[in-house]
Design a binder for this molecule. Structure first.
Ligand code: 5AD
Ligand code: SF4
Length: 429
């Protein structure tokens, strides 16, 4: 979501007449887009602002957008950090105005208000992380209030975009040569628009599965979606994937813990058993759906027994990939009121042990692809070897492969010939 916000803001600033540069020394204004989901991410902002201040002093104008901006607001102006403007998560549409005010000499420019709905968020090709991959936010914010999570506070309540607008964006991206769109949101399957306009003719028990079918009908080559929330992950989503080839066979379904006691304390709204049933359903799909997840270790009160249950679940689910995090208390969340009682070195031990188990899953999942032919979108020239191209499969695995540069932007059939340090290598057929 943050990468998508950066792309949108870049395009927007350019169309408002600003010249963009990635060279910070030549910039008049530096903007930080920030994350506050874990303590470490938040600290990064303060470190980087400090470095900037040291290198250039007050002559460089500094702005902060994103979750830290929303949560900290005017506190960011305190402590002589040299921050000139702060723009919240739902005010980014007015970032040019904030910069304008700061350039005119206004001090402490702060905008945390909501966003106007008629905002044009078209992203130009040059500002996408890949010219062939486009993000389309479909729902912003979160109503779930998992007890450890700051997102409902930083991004506000769930707000779904109208289906007709989403379909229009997918069609626009397709016209611009994008091959793969990612429908994104904190919980895409909680999608609940105010109107039906744009997907009346599409079947499905939930609005999200209807949106998937509507997006599939645009004929764009690939559609991926992330993140899904387990409690609202219904069969109709798998039905849609089974019936539309351009809905990709990849599902990111964060479980966070394999212990019912901890899931309850996290207020996730599902049990281990419910979750396993959803995994079973996904595994039964003929589409060979790739599965990924997020897990937190060391949540307050997590015992060795709870942790072992997480290890068991990770073995059971055989994820293709997992993001594992050590719990960090976020001020203002209910879990931050609980004692952070798993010692730091124990969190690290659990992290490493779980990582080891997951690495075995991942190795098996990669080995299964050896010798097979996979469809890969040639997204860019490989950073490690400029004779190779790099891209993703439909199940979201990274593949590097030997191929002509003229194949960039094409979906190629690649024979997998080698696995090296968790990456697939192959040759374009
Ligand atoms: N501590 C550690 N990890 C967290 N996440 C969210 N909040 C916290 C926290 N306080 C993780 C969750 C979520 C991912 C984006 O970040 O696993 O799915
Ligand atoms: Fe955070 Fe839970 Fe919402 Fe995900 S579903 S953003 S973890 S509150």
């Amino acid at each position: 979501m943050n990468v998508s916000d950066s792309e949108r803001v870049s395009s927007h600033l350019e169309s408002d007449g600003f010249e963009l540069t990635s060279d910070e020394s030549s910039a008049d204004v530096v903007i930080f887009n920030t994350c506050s989901v874990r303590e470490k991410a938040e600290h990064k902002l303060y470190t980087r602002v400090g470095q900037l201040q040291k290198a250039y002093g007050p002559k460089k104008m500094v702005g902060v957008m994103g979750c830290v901006a929303q949560l900290e607001g005017e506190n960011l102006f305190e402590g002589g950090r040299g921050i000139d403007f702060v723009v919240g998560t739902r005010a980014v549409g007015r970032i040019s105005e904030a910069i304008g005010k700061a350039l005119e000499g206004e001090k402490r420019v702060l905008d945390l208000k909501g966003r106007e709905d008629d905002y044009d968020w078209t992203v130009s090709e040059t500002h996408r992380h890949s010219p062939y991959v486009g993000f389309v936010p479909i729902i912003e914010g979160c109503n779930k209030f998992c007890t450890y999570c700051i997102v409902p506070f930083s991004r506000g309540r769930e707000k779904s975009l109208p289906p007709a607008e989403i379909v229009r964006q997918v069609l626009d991206l397709r016209r611009q040569g994008v091959k793969e769109v990612h429908l994104i949101g904190q919980n895409v399957n909680s999608y609940r628009p105010l109107t039906d306009a744009g997907f009346e003719e599409f079947r499905g028990a939930t609005p999200f599965s209807r949106l998937l079918r509507a997006a599939a009908s645009t004929g764009i080559e690939r559609i991926k979606f992330t993140t899904s929330f387990p409690r609202d992950f219904h069969n109709d989503i798998v039905d849609a994937i089974n019936e539309h080839e351009n809905l990709c066979n990849w599902v990111h379904l964060p479980v966070q813990s394999g212990s019912d006691r901890i899931l309850r304390a996290m207020r996730r709204g599902h049990t281990v058993e419910n979750y396993r049933k959803r995994i079973d359903l996904l595994k039964r799909s003929p589409r060979k759906i790739g599965l990924t997840t997020d897990i937190i270790v060391g949540f307050p009160g997590e015992t060795e027994q709870d942790f072992e249950e997480t290890v068991d679940l990770v073995r059971y689910c055989e994820y293709d990939s997992a993001y594992i995090f050590k719990y960090s208390p976020r001020p203002g969340t209910p879990a931050a009121e609980l004692p952070d009682d798993v010692p730091a070195d124990e969190k690290t031990r659990r992290f490493l042990e779980l990582e080891k188990v997951q690495k075995q899953n991942q190795a098996r999942s990669l080995e299964r692809t050896l010798g097979s032919d996979m469809e890969v979108l040639a997204e860019k020239i490989s950073g490690k070897d400029d004779r190779q191209l790099s891209g993703h499969t439909t199940c979201h695995k990274v593949v590097n492969f030997k191929a002509r540069r003229s194949f960039l932007g094409e979906i190629r059939t690649v024979r997998i010939t080698e696995i090296k340090s968790n990456t697939l290598f192959g040759e374009s057929l």
